[in-house]
Structures are given as structure tokens and as C-alpha cells.
Design a protein around this ligand. Sequence first.
Ligand code: SF4
Ligand code: SF4
Length: 420
Amino acid sequence: MRGIKLKGYRKLTKDKEIITFDKPKYVYIPLICSNSTDVEIKIRRGSNVKIGSVIAISNKNGLPILSSVSGTVIDYEDKYAYNGEIIKTVKIENNFKEEYIEVSDIKEIDKYTKKEFISILKDFGIRGLGGADFPTYIKYDTKTSIKNLIINAVECEPYITSDYTLLKDNISEILETIDAIMTINKIHNAYLVIKKDKKKLIKKIKEVIGSYPKIKLSTVPDIYPMGWEKNIVNYVLHKNYDRLPIEVNTVVNNVSTIYSIYEALKYKKYMDSRIVTIVGDGIKKSRNVKVKIGTDLSLVLEELGYKKKELLLISGGPMMGRAIESENFTITPNVNCVLILKTTENDIPNVCMRCGKCAAICPAKLSPVLIKESINDPKELKKLNVDRCVECGLCSYICPAKIMLRNSVVQAKKNVRDAK
Ligand code: SF4
Ligand code: SF4
């Protein structure tokens, strides 16, 4: 398996208490889902909304985009999103009443039918919290039989501990939910996958997992990008697939997504918040922070004592993240980390020396340097299978000339999409 051992910085946040920042005066609900801004807006300026009110529906996948606060729709506003691009958001003034759209028919969490389960995932806005922002209901709404459920708690990027913290504090709830999902969907095998070096957490999980004999704990080596779905499926099940895990009868969910499913099944709670790791040498207080979806990042940073505007902000981890130009940034469901670094001068000439290291390390078996050289030639890019890039950032990390290959490959993917 291609990968690399990276220096970890998790101790900056992993054992510190989570800070809750859930009372922003305004939220900016991002009109984006699964990297698509093709949405149908369902509210008007002046509308009163509650937590769970439908703000828009994705035309790409039908998932509702929900309000995370109760209050009044003020206007539309442009903000930076996780992909580093400016997107439209709906600005809502919070009335701090925490009013919810009413729900009914709450059952024990394993007593829902499969149809009800899929409707709950959809109606309560459950999206993958691991990065892809993919609607969770689609993974289960399939005619293919699901034989394996893999819970991804690998979190292999340096710095990020949001999944770790959530799992550490909610082991029983996570296991209960995995068990319920197995019952509802008639799944025979489930694997909770974490890295071998999480010894304390492994011990804690082993103390309770015995009550759930159908769930196995699976440990993987601490190499990057072990958390990539293809790597996990291959490591745990010894199976390969082309596009999606369901090709090998498998669903993979991030562990934080499982906790959102727990809240939706147990309390019919909408996915209105998430935990974000805010960390780096550019901020005094590195912490995991629970925030409302749509929170303006600058408010959270202020709370953590961030002042210097000239620092480098990265949405996501150092490997897969994207630089964001300012803190005028809205928290989308898939923002698991904001990295704040002291900027450094790039004094290296960036000339390729044809060492081949970028191709040798690429887990998708691509040639990043050739892709970079063909960046404006969509036909050639297709031949180079650019769409298979998982944006892991290993090519940039390994390149001795410090060429930002990942950025070029991501742009090349976009160029192919735009040429269609
Ligand atoms: S080309 Fe894509 S998948 Fe390959 S190493 Fe670079 S970022 Fe990772
Ligand atoms: S790793 Fe960097 S220097 Fe080596 S071939 Fe790739 S782009 Fe060129």
C-alpha cells in the first residue's frame, strides 16, 4: 500500500476539552452540497425559520440544505467555502430561541424500517462529515445488498482530532448506532477502523465493544493516506473497487457522520452543527470547537484569541486542505479543520528535476508532473486519468522542488469537468 508516515501534531488538541460556540448572531447557510452549487432556494428574505427549516434543495442529489438556527432570513451574502471558492450563502439572524421544526414518531433507534431510515437520513440533512460532503441517504438507498459497513475513524491527516475527540466521548452511542444500522439494513459485518497508535482509545473501545458481538474493531497502520476509502476497504476486506465501495457490497461512513445518524434516529435532531479542529502555530488556543453550520469563522477565531490577519489559513488539514484568502469563511458540514500557520517565504526555485517521486508515491497511480504539464489539454488529461486523483496532497509533500502539484492536479480535474 502506497503511503507515508507523517509527523503528527495531534497532541495540540486531542486531550483538550471541546469548546462549544453555538450562539452566533448570524449564520451564513452555504448553498453548496457535494461540491455543487446547483440548488433550488426555498425561502425568501424576511422568512422566519426554525432549526431544520429547508433553505434550499440540491438539484444534484435532492438533499435539503437546512437552517441551523431559528430566526429571520436577512439576505444573501458571498463567503468563502471549503473548496476555497466564493459561494452564495443565506444570512439568517439568530433569535436565540433554538426553535426546532417539530418532529414525531420517535422510536428506539433500531426499530425503524429501512424506508423510514433512509427518509430520516434525507430529511434531517445528514451529509458525510469526513470531507466529501456526500448525502448519506444515497449510500443506503441502493438495490445492491450491503454486506459490510466500515466506520472510518482513521483521521490520518496531521493536526486533525475532531473525529478522535467525538469517538472518545461517545463510544457507546457510536456502537449502538452501528448496531442499529446493521439491524435496519440487514448488514452482517461491521468494522470500526482506527489507527494502531491510538492505544488509549483502543483500550476504551475494547471495554464496551463486547456488548456488540457483530461489530469488529479493526486497526490500521499510521500511514497517510490510510483514511482514503479505497485504502481502508482494501486493508480491511482485501477488496478493490473502481468508483464506489458499494461495487464490493460495502458502505463506508465517517465516524462523525455515524454520530449525526445517532442524533437523527434517537432524537430526530437535525444536522445543525459539527466539531472543527482549529489548530496551528499561528493561534494561541488550539481546540476542537463545536459550531453551528454556517458560522462565520472569524467569530470563532476571535474567541480563540486570533488577531494577526497575515497568517496563512487552510481549510482542512495540511495535506488535503486549501488556502483560504481571508477569515470571511463559512463553516460547511465537511470542514473538519482550520489550520492557522505562520507564513513562510517560499525561496525554492520550483524546477522539476524529473526524480519521479511524485508518481511513485501517488496512491491513485497517477503521474502528477505529467498532469501539471498537460493542465490545459483536457483530452490528454483524460488519458492521464486525472479524475482518479483523491486530492491527498502526497505529491506536493514529497516533491523535493516544492512544486505545488496537488493544486495543479485539482485545477486539471476542474478543467476536464468544465470542458464537458
Ligand atoms: S495526484 Fe492526486 S492522488 Fe496522486 S498524490 Fe497527488 S494529490 Fe494525491
Ligand atoms: S517529485 Fe517534483 S521534482 Fe520529482 S518528478 Fe515530481 S514534480 Fe518533478
